[in-house]
Design a binder for this molecule. Structure first.
Ligand SMILES: Nc1ncnc2c1ncn2[C@@H]1O[C@H](COP(=O)(O)OP(=O)(O)O)[C@@H](O)[C@H]1O
Ligand SMILES: [Mg+2]
Length: 293
């Protein structure tokens, strides 16, 4: 792993290509969710009346209790699921009118790593991400980009290994690499740090923040770690039952004792570490029936 400044430089070269300025061409992206409600065909409503506008580059952490609809929210944003009602706009255009291929030119989606892994090599797995690149790159430039992304995540030695032979943490890095190589303006990741040890958790979140800052990207990630979100996110999107957005804003406004107690039902203390909120969890408010007083 290199230093953060090396990393930012590497990212710039990997993602924009020294010779190309395609990122600048499309400018910043604005994503809007207007009164979005969604339910799976098998059940009731999961997310409801979501209004959200993201019009600035940055790292956005989505937090909230299990089952509240975080993954569903980002699947709707990525056009993997279609809202039951309401609309989602990218740069003012409804994604209903866009083909999946066109949405993928703006948005890279990195799913939770599945246990049903397929038998492709790491290299082939990451190359799939190149299918959605905006430019018609040559094979050589695709391979170069794949290699650089592998170096960035320190997985170049795994390139010939089968995806199915890797550890959970290595799977995670490979799917992040596949998202990055797509060169999206918006990168959306479902719990990208879930299987990583603390060293890589911090590395990946620093990388995502550096990307947002140096490339002007919107990076949206789901995280269960309130302290990592508080430290690295430009903004935190806190969801609460029943599938609504409870608060959106800078960490110091969202990661508060009141909000955490209300949304998670856990007593806590939040202290200030040079402007960064630090959460110290206390007792659960949940009774033996799973109810919160
Ligand atoms: N493919 C699916 N089909 C039916 N219900 C689903 C599906 N995926 C998620 N759900 C349900 O939708 C709700 C929200 O799930 P999810 O978006 O995964 O929450 P989170 O990511 O916040 O844990 C849960 O009740 C979950 O059981
Ligand atoms: Mg989820």
């Amino acid at each position: 792993m290199g230093s953060l400044s090396d990393l930012k430089q590497d990212m710039k070269e990997t993602l924009t290509g020294k010779e190309s300025s395609e990122f600048d061409d499309i400018g910043n992206v604005v994503i809007e969710m207007n009164d979005v409600t969604f339910g799976y065909s098998s059940g009731g409503t999961v997310i409801r009346n979501i209004d959200l506008k993201i019009d600035r580059p940055g790292l956005y952490c989505v937090v909230g209790p299990n089952g509240v609809g975080k993954s569903t929210l980002i699947k709707c944003m990525s056009k993997i699921e279609e809202p039951t009602s309401g609309d989602i706009l990218i740069n003012g255009r409804s994604i209903k009118t866009m083909r999946h291929k066109d949405v993928a030119k703006f948005i890279g989606y990195v799913p939770v790593v599945s246990k049903d892994v397929f038998s492709m090599s790491v290299l082939e797995t990451i190359l799939i991400g190149c299918q959605n690149r905006r430019s018609g790159d040559s094979d050589e430039s695709k391979m170069k980009a794949v290699y650089k992304v592998m170096v960035l995540l320190n997985i170049q030695d795994l390139s010939e290994k089968l995806f199915s032979e890797l550890s959970a943490g290595q799977h995670q890095k490979v799917v992040i690499a596949r998202g990055l190589v797509q060169k999206p303006k918006v990168l959306i990741l479902d719990e990208p740090t879930a299987n990583l040890d603390v060293k890589y958790q911090v590395y990946v979140v620093e990388l995502l923040r550096a990307l947002a800052e140096s490339e002007g990207m919107i990076v949206i990630m789901i995280s269960h770690d309130l302290n990592i979100s508080a430290k690295y996110a430009h903004e935190v999107i806190m969801m609460s039952t029943p599938g609504v957005i409870y608060k959106v804003g800078p960490p110091e406004e969202v990661i508060t004792k009141e909000n955490i107690e209300k949304v998670y039902g856990v007593h806590c203390k939040v202290i200030d570490d040079e402007g960064v909120p630090v959460v110290i969890l206390g007792q659960s408010m949940m009774d033996e029936f799973g109810n919160i007083d």
